[in-house]
Design a protein. Structure first.
Length: 183
């Protein structure tokens, strides 16, 4: 009583009140603060029709996801390159992949950068930018919700120069692919 609680959505839909002391923890777990900018997403799970297969408990095997790097690279990846590939894999497994793919269909091919933040958190920043819009996602592998929208804007001039080191690309389906030199 008497505290100024802030509302967060742990699952993106239902809101709960969080005390001032616990707000940082809520953000670390990927909870979305009420009123913060979000990107519309389409859930990965589609509703299935209940047919004979569900009655007999026959389940379809999901198609295997393609790896981020389709060809084997004939050299050992450096630590930053490994982190880029891991961040791309985690991003590609999230709902944001489909969101970026949908926006790219309208606005064209974006510029993409994947950068590691300094510090011990292991966070990486994925920046996806077009001429009229940009989005930044934080990728933290050890969190329950490893990808979250951090910021977005309308002008590329709003972005710091460190986030404009374009070192990846987006495939037509929204998959991020790091630009790693082959030897």
């Amino acid at each position: 009583m008497g505290e100024r609680a802030v509302r967060f959505a742990p699952n993106g839909e239902d809101f709960v009140d969080v005390c001032p002391l616990c707000q940082e923890t809520a953000l670390e777990h990927g909870w979305i603060k009420e009123g913060s900018p979000t990107t519309p997403t389409v859930p990965n799970e589609r509703r299935r029709r209940r047919g004979l297969g569900s009655f007999l408990d026959l389940k379809r095997r999901p198609a295997a996801e393609e790896p981020v790097v389709s060809e084997p690279i004939l050299r050992r990846l450096s630590q930053p390159e490994q982190q880029m590939v891991e961040a791309a894999d985690i991003f590609n497994a999230s709902d944001y992949r489909r969101t970026v793919g949908g926006i790219a269909k309208s606005l064209g091919e974006p510029r993409v950068s994947i950068l590691r933040l300094s510090g011990v958190t292991g966070e990486l920043i994925v920046t996806v930018a077009w001429d009229i819009s940009w989005y930044q996602y934080r990728v933290t592998p050890e969190l329950a919700q490893p990808v979250r929208l951090a910021e977005r804007g309308h002008e590329l001039s709003e972005l710091d120069a460190t986030f404009k080191q374009w070192n990846a690309r987006v495939e037509q389906d929204g998959r991020l692919v790091p630009a790693i030199a082959r030897v």
